[in-house]
Design a protein around this ligand. Structure first.
Ligand code: COA
Length: 353
């Protein structure tokens, strides 16, 4: 009897990051300058957070969309992608230009992406990983071919520069990635998103939303700024960042030493070190940018990828891990899909066939 031909199921489409770009505002706010504004010192900030300086967006009328658009413009240029070829743009941000329309809508208009879906994702510091998770679904189902995810935050617009416990931590920036179907089986293998709204009390902005709309009184009481109970947030951040990383390792039968790069949210150097430690991962396998940029909320993880792009090799195993207000936490396990050194040097390193 003639053997029946084996029917091979087509391999599922995998979504891959195929380009990354960032934008940093020019103004550098150093610890020394902060020490002239509030009762703090360069030594305290470095020792307790690892931060030396952060960027601040100055300029009349410039909001989060300005930085996001700069990052997306650079990304399209670098990846030789025409604005007209983008199928969807998602912007992760906690500091949108307006309550509405979405910052994603504004960014599309600014960079010439027209007549496609665009929306914001609000998951605080986990927003970028949430948005990548959403984007990858559109690629994996075969619906879209090119999705731009940009994480951007102008944290300086909601920081109280008289509160030493929060003003030293945050900076402004944007980072964008292009997500396409992988042509080499490399890309996003697993994602994990989670939240616990009971954490709201420890990290939130009290006024400005529908529960407490802005009034003269809310402004006078300084309620439009980040309210944070640092020690509580620290405790949850350490636990959840480590948990998300270890869940991803376990689900994918990996050990810490199998990972080439941990890409952790950058809120505090001590949280990053604790996460790496719990994964038994040496620090030379951990992306760290906090000393230069501080916590840039949704921009943090793409900014790390951009900063380390030249060191990323085809097939490198990456774990992204984020934690933020909400509380929210999220992670992704992926293999790097292109030659980072080539892309960083200017030539687009197309994913190898
Ligand atoms: C905010 C954070 C750096 C504070 O560090 P800490 O070592 O926990 O400090 P504590 O909050 O326990 O405060 C210790 C003391 O330092 C003081 N302090 C806080 N900020 C200070 C500063 N910039 N300079 C000097 N002293 C400061 C506090 O007032 C407190 O003084 P007190 O003991 O007299 O009351 C730390 O809690 C943290 O990183 N939390 C998590 C933040 C985070 O992850 N946020 C974003 C989530 S995405």
């Amino acid at each position: 009897m003639k053997a029946r031909p084996v029917k091979r199921r087509p391999a599922p489409i995998r979504a891959a990051i195929t380009g990354v770009h960032g934008h940093l505002p020019q103004y550098v706010l150093t610890n020394h300058e902060l020490a002239k504004m509030v009762d703090t010192t360069d030594a305290w900030i470095i020792e307790r957070t690892g931060i030396r300086e952060r960027r601040i967006l100055k300029g009349e009328g410039l909001g989060t969309s300005h930085m996001a658009a700069e990052a997306v413009r650079g990304l399209l240029e670098k990846t030789h992608t025409a604005a007209g070829d983008v199928d969807l743009l998602i912007c992760a941000t906690t500091t949108p230009d307006f309550v509405f329309p979405s910052t994603a809508n504004l960014v599309c208009d600014m960079v010439g992406i027209r007549n496609v879906g665009s929306f914001d994702v609000q998951a605080a510091c986990s927003g970028f990983v949430y948005a990548v998770t959403i984007a990858s679904q559109f690629i994996e189902t075969g619906k879209y071919e090119k999705v731009v995810v940009v994480g951007a935050d102008k944290m300086s617009s909601i920081i109280d520069y008289t509160d030493r416990a929060t003003c030293v931590l945050f900076g402004d920036a944007a980072g964008a990635v292009l997500i396409e179907p992988s042509r080499n089986r490399r890309g996003i293998i697993d994602t994990l998103i989670s939240s616990d709204g009971a954490g709201m009390q420890f990290l939130h902005q009290k006024a400005g939303g529908s529960r407490m709309p802005p009034t003269v009184e809310t402004v006078a009481r300084r309620l439009h700024y980040v309210h944070q109970e640092g020690a509580q947030v620290y405790k949850f951040a350490v636990a959840r960042m480590a948990e998300v990383a270890s869940q991803l390792l376990e689900r994918n039968q990996l050990r810490g030493r199998d990972i080439d790069w941990l890409v952790p949210h950058q809120a505090n150097k001590r949280i990053i070190e604790a996460t790496a430690n719990r994964m038994s991962l040496p620090m030379d396998h951990v992306m760290v940018t906090i000393q230069k940029f501080g916590n840039t909320t949704a921009a943090t993880i793409p900014l790390c990828l951009w900063d380390y792009e030249s060191r990323l090799e085809l097939g490198d195993k990456l774990v992204l891990a984020a934690f933020g207000g909400g509380f929210t936490w999220a992670g992704a396990y992926l293999t790097w899909a292109y030659d980072g050194a080539k892309a960083a040097a200017g030539g687009r390193a197309a994913p190898a066939e």
